[in-house]
Design a protein around this ligand. Sequence first.
Ligand code: MLY
Length: 279
Amino acid sequence: TYQQFDWEEYLHENNSEAAPQNCFRQSVSPPQNDFKVGMKLEALDPRNVTSTCIATVICILGPRLRLRLDGSDNKNDFWRLVDSSEIHQIGHCEKSGGMLQPPLGFRMNASSWPMFLLKTLNGAEMAPSKVFQKEPPSPRTNLFQVGQKLEAVDKKNPQLICCATVGAIKNDQIHVTFDGWRGAFDYWCKYDSRDIFPVGWCAKSGHPLQPPGQKNNNGANRFRFRPSFVAFPPTPPVSSSVPDVVQAPEADTSAPSAPSTPIYFRKKCSGGPLIDTAQ
Ligand code: MLY
């Protein structure tokens, strides 16, 4: 239903090439996601990777999970692939001789952790072992070349995977630059980072892909589909006590009249593949 970003055409027009699959630490066919929202699992605390915490699945996007550490606030959610080595079934930590830890910024007194842990796990739906997928092996060396295209997580808006280019290479690191955006979102990462994907990965895995931004492309960029024109099928507003649909303001009548079609925005929608929810 959504119009897909056309990589083939984009590569052709930019006279560029995609980084080959064997550059990446990603499986050739993206893993299936059988997790469900609300399931609990063990995850390394991203802010303190020596501790293993309990996390809850908050959202699912293709093969990725939005996770929140139990006992933490909602401001520190993070994303993991279902084949990440940083997530495990509940019980894994204890089996390997470890102890579950409160997350950094645990919102209660540390002394209440044991009781909190009991309560948070009591009656919880725990993700079964079969939904965890094996992490693919790392390529032996950095095979990337400058100028190659890829799909990369925007670390400042980590729900987004975007069109990107290898801007530079240094030893085992690559510089990820975001097409159509000035440098503010660029970053260095290891060649085997789980945050970078071959061209076509989003389409294959059912994950939304952010098309290039407009900042280096003077004027219209036909590769960027503007949300207001494609966002949603034009469903009429439904009346309810708490309306979740608002109508866009009428066009300025002093302006030359244009054929006007009402556009509706769902306020509660968290965004589809073409919607940049981050501000
Ligand atoms: N609202 C943010 C979103 C930036 C997203 C950039 N990514 C796609 C590289 C902004 O405009 O700053």
